[in-house]
Each structure stands twice: as structure tokens, then as C-alpha cells.
Design a protein around this ligand. Structure first.
Ligand code: C2E
Ligand code: MG
Ligand code: MG
Ligand code: MG
Length: 280
């Protein structure tokens, strides 16, 4: 009896596992298909200067095709692209597409605007990446100082020596480097100071604590002060409420990003939004 039950359990477990494996395989196939058919698109979310209210940078974010029933989120399809090695080819497409679109936007509104692009570890470790980005800048005409690369702490800490060379090369070009999701990893600011980084993006998990957790508020204050002392620009991510906005402004944050200010939008909608803001 016990043995039979055990077998049942095993059977049940393997079926669940089987299902997971099949789901993953079907997602993987879907991702390959969507990449091959070039059906991915970008949406754009501004980073707003706290003092002027102006959109100074715009982050490009990948989106699954609207007309595809699977409706995968970046949290689902980016890891698949990273595992399958599709991220290198998609990643450079993102840089190129974003550069072209933001350059055109800048011409339309009559002022230069910076574009921020997310970069995965695999991309940064790809020897071709630096040359490909340089080539995109040359081809599109986007000035290097209008490009910002967002890397997570884990990418920066994984192999700091190897990372530093690549990042320094980008810095020499004039490209800025941002640490995304800051506070979720284990790195210290004093350590990060040794890496060529110019922007700190404070993770949303700190922002949601504003008004609820005095300890997190103290951490935010010291993070923002320390970053300022180190000459880093500080951006807060995921600002959803007016009280968060008010706190971050008072704390001395440079730029804010989040649904409270502006959701990620198509380039057409973003252009309208900027015009309504009195931009251009
Ligand atoms: P991330 O770079 O930290 O981007 C911020 C995420 O927060 C985005 O999610 C954005 O849509 C969302 N967000 C913005 N404002 C708010 C807010 O007020 N509240 C909440 N709850 N969320 C907000 P998204 O677009 O789903 O992207 C998730 C992650 O996928 C990104 O996190 C980034 O790590 C990755 N990703 C997106 N596009 C790319 C890409 O082109 N290349 C790479 N390598 N990764 C990408
Ligand atoms: Mg980002
Ligand atoms: Mg982030
Ligand atoms: Mg993130």
C-alpha cells in the first residue's frame, strides 16, 4: 500500500514536472518564433527631472507582440532569451531601434534626449557587444552621451575586473552607465565607486516602503546623500503615489520614474504626451 502510494506520488510529481518542462519548451519555441519574425516592439518610459519636470531620459522596454495570445511579460521572455542566447541579437536590435526612435523624437521636440537601454550579463560578456554599439552610434548618428546602459548589480559584481574594462571603454566613448534595481543585490556603494558608473537607479522595493517604514526611509535618505556625494545621478524607480514623489523630491533624488509620472508607452503616445507637457 505504502509503496503504491509512493508510486502515485512519484507519478503525480513527474506529471507536474513534465507539464512544466512542456510549458517551458512551448514558451521557448514561441520566443524563437517571435524573434525570428521580428515581432517584438519597444515601449518608452520617461525619467523626469524632479526640479524641472522635464523628461531628461527615456527608458526603452521590450514588449511581446500585442496580437500574440501567449502574452508573455519581459520577466518571462527575457530569461528565456538569456538562456537560449537570443538576447545578444535582440539586445543589439533594441539599441539600434531605440537610438533611431529617440533621435527622431529629439529632432521633433527640438532638444536632445537621452535613451536608456537595459543590458543583460550575457550581452556585456559578448566580445562583439562594444563594437556593435559603436557601430549603431555611427550608423544612426546618436551622440554617445545620449546613450545610457542599465546594468543590474549582479552583472556588475559577477566579474568586476572583466566588467570594468568594458564599462571603461563605454565611458571613454561618453556613454553613461546606470546601476538598475539598486539595493536588491549585495554590493556596497563604496565598492561601486570603483566601477565607472554614473547613475544609480533605486529599486522600487524601497520606494513602496515610503510612508510605511521609517527604517527604509532612513536608508533612502542615506543612499541618496551618499550617491550625491559620490557624484552619481540618482533615479527612483516605480514611483506610483504622490506621497512617494514628495518624499523623494525632498530627499534630493534627481529623477523619478513610475506610473505616477508616466507609464511606459508606444513612441506615438509618448510623443503626444511630451507635447501635452509643453515639450517641443
Ligand atoms: P527594469 O529595467 O527595472 O524596468 C522597470 C520595470 O518596472 C518595467 O517592467 C516597467 O514597466 C516597470 N514599471 C515602471 N514604472 C512602474 C511603477 O510605477 N510600478 C510598477 N509596479 N512597475 C513599474 P517591464 O517592462 O515588465 O520590464 C521588466 C524587466 O525586464 C526590466 O526591469 C528589465 O530588467 C527587463 N527588460 C525589459 N526590456 C529589456 C531589454 O530590452 N533588454 C534586457 N536585457 N532586459 C529588459
Ligand atoms: Mg531598467
Ligand atoms: Mg529596475
Ligand atoms: Mg528590474
Amino acid at each position: 500500500q505504502a509503496k503504491a502510494q509512493g508510486q502515485n506520488h512519484y507519478h503525480f510529481f513527474s506529471e507536474a514536472l513534465q507539464e512544466q518542462v512542456e510549458l517551458r519548451l512551448s514558451h521557448e519555441q514561441a520566443v524563437r518564433r517571435v524573434v525570428q519574425d521580428k515581432r517584438l516592439s519597444l515601449v518608452y518610459q520617461p525619467q523626469i527631472n524632479v526640479q524641472t519636470g522635464q523628461a531628461v531620459s527615456i527608458e526603452a522596454l521590450l514588449r511581446w507582440p500585442d496580437d500574440d495570445s501567449l502574452g508573455l511579460s519581459p520577466a518571462q521572455f527575457i530569461p528565456i532569451m538569456e538562456d537560449t542566447g537570443l538576447i545578444e541579437q535582440v539586445g543589439i536590435w533594441v539599441v539600434e531601434q531605440a537610438a533611431e526612435q529617440i533621435l527622431a523624437l529629439g529632432h521633433q521636440i527640438g532638444r536632445p534626449i537621452r535613451v536608456a537601454v537595459n543590458v543583460s550579463m550575457r550581452q556585456l560578456y559578448d566580445e562583439r557587444f562594444f563594437d556593435q554599439v559603436t557601430e549603431v552610434l555611427r550608423r544612426t548618428g546618436l551622440p554617445a552621451d545620449q546613450l545610457e546602459l542599465e546594468l543590474t548589480e549582479s552583472v556588475l559584481m559577477d566579474d568586476p575586473g572583466r566588467t570594468r574594462d568594458t564599462l571603461e571603454a563605454f565611458r571613454r566613448l561618453g556613454v553613461s552607465i546606470a546601476i538598475d534595481d539598486f539595493g536588491t543585490g549585495y554590493s556596497s556603494l563604496s565598492y561601486l565607486r570603483r566601477l565607472p558608473v554614473n547613475v544609480l537607479k533605486i529599486d522600487r522595493s524601497f520606494v513602496v516602503e515610503i510612508g510605511h517604514n521609517p527604517e527604509s526611509e532612513s536608508i533612502l535618505h542615506s543612499l541618496i546623500n551618499l550617491a550625491g556625494a559620490l557624484g552619481l545621478r540618482v533615479v527612483a524607480e516605480g514611483v506610483e503615489h504622490p506621497h512617494e514623489h514628495a518624499f523623494l523630491r525632498q530627499a534630493g533624488c534627481d529623477e523619478l520614474q513610475g506610473y505616477h509620472l508616466c507609464k511606459p508607452m508606444s513612441m506615438a503616445n509618448l510623443t503626444d504626451w511630451l507635447h501635452r507637457q509643453g515639450d517641443g
